[in-house]
Design a binder for this molecule. Structure first.
Ligand SMILES: NC(=O)c1ccc[n+]([C@@H]2O[C@H](COP(=O)([O-])OP(=O)(O)OC[C@H]3O[C@@H](n4cnc5c(N)ncnc54)[C@H](O)[C@@H]3O)[C@@H](O)[C@H]2O)c1
Length: 444
């Protein structure tokens, strides 16, 4: 099939590469000229396991193409995916400017019937706006081209995006046209081992499904985070509680691991956008607001533990930080817990040595330049370099390489032997046996 994907970010690039891998002709469009120039040379703007080799092999076999606009692409797609960003606006609602601009581009370009698929996460009703904009643009061109609108929200997880795309738990498709349904079935046939994994519904239901899925996961994790704070106060090990409740099949084991707060490009903005949607419809979003509030506080749990140990003046304190990305397997630092921790430590005059296996280039770009210039923040070349002469190590992101640290090496390198485990990765007894002080989340 001939496919065009608008947006070459985490979702657009994975979608493009995977559909090309499945034998389609795919053109991926992005307004960022530098990104496209690099992608044409096989240089990727993001880190995602397995993506680079897939992009390069499909570039080489000429199934994957890149362009800076639909017009420049010259493509004649049967299906156009919109996969542009939908960040938070100032008031918390989802900012639709990129989606609506993509719709204008589509309306001013298409030459024949096609299916326009919205993969970006958009509030309920945006598909109608996209349809109207395309119609208006076609009217300006005095053309009567038929097209169908589909909502096909994306559920991939950064760090496991290719597996999630190729072996999805489910594919949600919102539509109201038989023709579009056949095309979507044809498109997804190669990865649908079990056809029941594709769920058809109306467009608004599909748009809402994406928000409710993310809000449910954010709620589960926030509930456990809150329980971890309570366990901490009462001398209860939340990890045993987690195992105990996870064994209940009604609860299950996923998304009940407490930590130092969720981040990333999706949960924070999608919870905010859902709150806004509720408010706009005169519904008081008690649960969603609590989820947001808990997450805000949870990101302060680690700095507060540090203040409790060292006091609030950290002028003579050096802290090692392991992990900057919002989760392992990605270089994405949007809304990462590390940002709150670094900001707190540096404003309290600590010196920080941080290390992340893949997010350091993003950190160099994204973090305030004066943090580096002042010499307060240093990005280390190796995880053990980051613990040299530190008073404490804080684990923020549970990359595999941090999970089994060589405690004898750490013992020699660290000035004081204190470990704050923001993801409950370590066995507290093992750490204490090695004569380190251990502070976890909801357990000591
Ligand atoms: N990142 C995830 O893990 C994930 C998972 C599921 C769903 N989503 C949703 O998918 C959407 C995209 O997310 P992302 O993380 O890939 O975003 P991103 O910010 O990584 O990438 C968006 C890209 O779109 C490009 N763009 C903006 N306007 C454009 C236009 N008019 N034409 C062409 N390109 C344009 C930008 O330059 C950017 O490269 C969002 O709605 C997000 O909520 C993201």
């Amino acid at each position: 099939m001939n496919i065009t994907v608008i947006g070459a970010g985490y979702v657009g690039l994975v979608t493009s590469a995977c559909f090309a891998e499945l034998g389609n002709q795919v053109t991926c469009i992005d307004v960022n000229k530098q990104k496209i120039a690099n992608l044409k040379k096989g240089i990727l703007p993001i880190y995602e396991p397995g993506l680079e080799s897939m992009v390069i092999s499909n570039l080489n076999n000429k199934r994957l193409h890149f362009a800076t606009s639909l017009k420049d692409s010259g493509a004649e797609p049967q299906v156009i995916f919109i996969a542009v960003g939908t960040p938070s606006d100032k008031d918390g609602s989802a900012d639709m400017q990129f989606v609506l601009e993509a719709a204008r581009n589509i309306g001013s370009y298409i030459k024949h019937y096609c299916v326009v698929v919205d993969k970006s996460t958009v509030p309920v009703g945006v598909a109608d706006q996209v349809e109207e904009i395309i119609k208006t643009e076609l009217k300006k061109r005095k053309l009567k081209i038929k097209f169908d609108i589909v909502s096909n929200p994306e559920f991939l997880r950064e760090g496991a995006a290719i597996d999630d795309f190729m072996q999805p738990d489910r594919i949600i498709v919102g539509l109201n046209s038989k023709n579009a349904k056949n095309i979507m079935l044809e498109l997804y046939k190669p990865i649908l081992r079990n056809p029941e994994r594709i769920y058809f519904m109306n467009i608004k239901d599909a748009e809402m499904t994406k928000y409710v899925a993310n809000a449910m996961l954010a709620t589960k994790i926030s509930f456990m985070n809150e329980m971890s704070v309570l366990c901490d106060r009462m001398g209860v090990d939340v990890d045993n509680v987690r195992i105990g409740i996870g064994a209940d099949s009604r609860i299950g084991n996923s998304f009940i691991y407490p930590g130092c707060g969720y981040g990333g490009s999706c949960f924070p903005k999608d919870v905010k956008a859902l709150i806004k949607m509720a408010e706009n419809h005169d519904v008081n979003p008690y649960v969603l607001r609590a989820v947001e509030e808990r997450n805000h506080h949870q990101k302060h749990v680690l700095p507060e533990k540090i203040f409790k140990i060292f006091g609030e003046d950290l002028s003579d304190i050096k802290i090692g930080v392991w992990g900057l990305s919002f989760k392992p397997g990605t270089d994405d630092m949007r809304e990462a817990s590390s940002l709150v921790l670094l900001e707190k430590l540096l404003t309290h005059n600590a010196k920080v040595q941080a290390y992340d296996p893949v997010a350091m280039p993003v950190a160099r770009e994204m973090l305030p330049k004066d943090w580096f210039k002042s010499g307060k923040l240093h990005l280390s070349d190796h995880q053990y370099e980051a613990v040299k002469d530190v008073d404490a190590l804080v684990l923020v992101t549970e990359w595999k390489s941090f999970c089994y640290p060589d405690l004898s090496v750490m013992k020699k390198l660290m000035k004081r032997h204190i470990i704050l485990d923001g993801r409950n990765q370590y066995d507290p007894q093992q750490i204490k046996d090695a004569e380190f002080e251990y502070y976890g989340i909801g357990r000591e």
